[in-house]
Design a protein around this ligand. Sequence first.
Ligand code: F6P
Length: 486
Amino acid sequence: MNLVVVSNRVSRGKANEPMTGGLAAALLPVVEKSGAIWVGSSGRVRDGSQKEPFAEIEALGAGALAMLDLPAAHYGGYYEGFANSALWPALHSRSDLIRASQEDYLSYREVNAFMARALLRFQKPDSAFWVQDYHFLALGAELRDLGVTQPLGFFLHTPWPARAVIEGVPHHRELIEAMLAYDLIGFQTGDDCENFLDYLQSELALEVADGCVASRFGTTRVAVFPIGIDPEKFAQQAAKALSHPDVSRLRRSLHGEKLAIGVDRLDYSKGLINRINAFDRMWTTQPQLARTVSLLQIATPSRGAIEAYGNLQNELAKLVSDVNGRHGEADWTPIRYLNKGFSQTVLAGLYRTAQVGVVTPLHDGMNLVAKEYVAAQNPDDPGVLVLSKFAGAANELDTALLVNPNDIDGMARTIAIALSMPLMERCMRWEAMMEKLHASTIQGWFADFVDALQQSQSDPCGPEPLLAEPPAPWPLRSVNSGVRYH
Ligand code: F6P
């Protein structure tokens, strides 16, 4: 099989360059090894006068990376417009932030159609296409319109919301009907999958049996494939990164003080305001913790041309400054706040340095930072993960300290508990989480999806439909197994 992977953003991923978002970072190592062609945006635009879409192609491991210049007239309406001002807020259940114009929708469809035409160049008789994320909901239908008959798969990296929320997106019916051109649709969690199937049944009056649905395009299988990381590789990177100058400078600057870390794109779904408020509450209600712990919050600017993101950046900068002004001392800054990106190597070292990882999104598809924080820990003295129960990762990492990101007092108390957790409990929780990370790696995710895609046309519903496994309650898991991974 000749696999063609498609996503809006691609990564050339040099270990020492800042990483560009979860999806691209996660895909790079597996696509590289698989020999697939990875097609995405070059980040540049050009006018539509050329007959052929312009693609810059370079080797990527055993395969290739093809970066396309997207049409200038439609890029804004597609990326900042429909994808990130209508779909993104809806997918993260922020109906209040949905902004959609007819022009943006048309641009979104134009870019999907443009990408479909561009992909024909990479088509072979034994090709299969695997499309990533909400930028390309209609790409499968565009490919079918061009006569492509090969297997088409789609994976959504974000959550899929309740029916009433997705119905707030103009043209939702047309778009979701178009999604049924895919032979296989993958979600991060059982809840996402159920929400999607509920829409198909209630809004489109389609019958669903064993996760399979028939439409005018044929049969589509809908299943859960939680994305993972390579925990071994990340752990090795983290141990090595301790000697990286950026990491050793940070360690020296702490003077024995504890560190909590948050690493996020600057996005309203990440719960950053609530997190800073929780630290504020903690230092207010437990003043003895001042000077004993600081927060390193990395918030990488993102989608800055969209009003909601600009507003958030201003609000957050003001809040951090207020909190620092209130709790800080001449020789102590409670929150170290940085608006830039870091390489994966440096991040791994920063995670290992921090005694607490705070990953508290209001809603998140998976959140790979949570998994990376766990994998980066020193097995003899692991840190504690404080994790939002609304991140997809909470289904697997259920021995983290799970919090409701809307409960500021609860988060403040939980962060304080994390800071004083005894070594034995930290080890037990961490070992249970490492077991989960090893059971569900990025390599396994990739292989499972590609296998299911390969059999999607011959045996659409497979021998056993993939359904979400209910999380095993802790401490019933073998947390005392003593298994060490390092
Ligand atoms: O799933 C959402 C996602 O694609 C993430 O994988 C990634 O972190 C982010 O969005 C990237 O967003 P953008 O390409 O707009 O910076």
